[in-house]
Ligand binder design. Sequence first.
Ligand code: TRP
Length: 334
Amino acid sequence: MLDGKKMLFSGMQATGTLTLGNYLGALKNWLTLSDEYECFYCVVDLHSITVRQDPAELRKRARNLLTLYIAAGLDPVKNCIYYQSHVPAHAELGWILNCFTYVGELNRMTQFKDKAAKHADNINAGLYTYPVLMAADILLFQSDVVPVGIDQMQHLELTRDVAERFNGIYGDVFTIPEAYLGKTGAKIMSLQDPTKKMSKSDENPNASILLMDDTDTIIRKFKRAVTDSEAQILYRDEQPGIKNLINVYSCVTGKTPAEVEREFDGKGYGDFKLAVGESVANHLRPVQDEFARLSKDKAYIDGIIKENAEKAGYFANKTLRKVQKKVGFPERIR
Ligand code: TRP
């Protein structure tokens, strides 16, 4: 708790570029969370090197992600957006928690098994203990809530188990975190297969709208979106392609699905797709413009990076010092 606000922590990897799905499904919903929570959004670069990275690329992507969050409207004064590698307490608590996590627990992690299969030539110890570092991220901030996708629920469960184990031995040191479910944003589906989630790793470039796509590209991708032959713009499960487009249009215009149905009553799919494409392009343009502007303002972004690392470090060190004392490390001489 800080000033009566609960703590919220989320980590994100700087992999490639964000999609409209990431934006409408997650990021856009975070903009108002800082009213209710003390929010920390960490660019988890320590996690990134569990698979081989090109150093210059990693640095660039991490900075772009951080800049994009601000461009999309996350106020960097109200939300602490920072790099994990700038706060050494993550690695330090990670080490300690390694000693409170069982190999048997890590062996059950499905993401490790998937990634090990994908990177068979580099199954390193960091990949194996990845969830322990994630536990450290969360527990350092005494987080009450953690917005995560279902693919991360197993890691969050492990975090809770490790925290409870530690508390069981040393008393109440860690807050036990919960998944943040909140108002879930619309789940945006692939434009080429509306039964699949829109994903940045889709091999078909027409399947996803990237946050940095220009207007022509956005409109072209929506024109090619897979729909059906019903020729009716109705919000129903039997028409997953049209339903997905209505969801997108609702998110960017603030209209309800019923209002959208009425607006396009009697109109054709061509008109509707064009309207969706134009509204998405118009919605993203200010974010893109702000990203371009901020990217050029090196001093401003550098200032945010420095201040937020200090702020995060302050909270993280409070927890770390407590933990170090509990486990029996010697007191620091000042
Ligand atoms: N493992 C998360 C992912 O791949 C990223 C992450 C790292 C994270 N540390 C975290 C998410 C702490 C939430 C809280 O998506």
